[in-house]
Design a protein around this ligand. Structure first.
Ligand SMILES: [Zn+2]
Length: 204
């Protein structure tokens, strides 16, 4: 399978006095998001989307809320772990799309800066990250920030991976040569060489 998809959701209640952190940015606002970590609802949703894409569990299984190590933690740490899991599974990000749902503050004026920050944290280009926002119309949840995120990931052709593939092909060729020599010596007729599925030169 060359592509996989992951989905993430998160929510945190607004709380007076705490700094507001969304998408790796500190936003000037009278209320922040309550949480064991820095409450970055967008980074948490993206983390779960990435972990989900490679079926590697969720943010809570890696970072239990009761663990004092993650008290007020920068959520970029969670994202970093998700990226490591993704790499370990042999995948890389194709694109990430998110929707924030919150009454205030307005995200549109800072969406560009937020996309740049998240792209930076993910190690991808800004056009691979989408951040949209809407208000919680009719939900009665003006005191809460929610975020939905989807991530499409694609199989990465790591140099190490390619090396091992070509090593296997080389071994197969040597084996075929030995078989051919044996057949020639026994029957006096060279065995017809079977063409490999693809040539190593094709792997760029
Ligand atoms: Zn969260």
């Amino acid at each position: 399978m060359d592509t996989r998809i992951g989905f993430g959701f998160d929510s945190h209640a607004f709380e007076a006095g705490a700094p507001l952190r969304i998408g790796g940015l500190t936003i000037n606002h009278p209320k922040g998001l309550a949480g064991h970590s820095d409450g970055d609802v967008l980074l948490h949703a993206v983390t779960d989307a990435l972990l989900g894409a490679v079926a590697a569990g969720d943010i809570g299984s890696f970072f239990p809320p009761g663990d004092p190590r993650w008290k007020d933690a920068d959520s970029a740490i969670f994202l970093k772990l998700a990226l490591e899991e993704l790499q370990h599974a042999g995948y890389r990000i194709a694109n990430v799309d998110t929707t924030l749902i919150l009454a205030a503050p307005k995200i549109a004026p800072i969406a560009g800066e937020m996309r740049a920050r998240v792209a930076d944290l993910l190690g991808v280009e800004i056009d691979q990250v989408s951040i949209k926002a809407k208000t919680p119309e009719g939900l009665g949840l003006d005191h809460v920030a929610q975020c939905h995120a989807v991530a499409l990931v694609e199989r990465a052709a790591e140099p190490d991976e390619l090396k091992s593939i070509s090593a296997v092909i080389e071994t197969q060729r040597q084996l075929e040569d030995v078989v051919e020599d044996l057949l020639t010596s026994v029957h006096g007729v060279p065995k017809k060489r079977v063409a490999p599925v693809y040539d190593t030169e094709d792997i760029t």
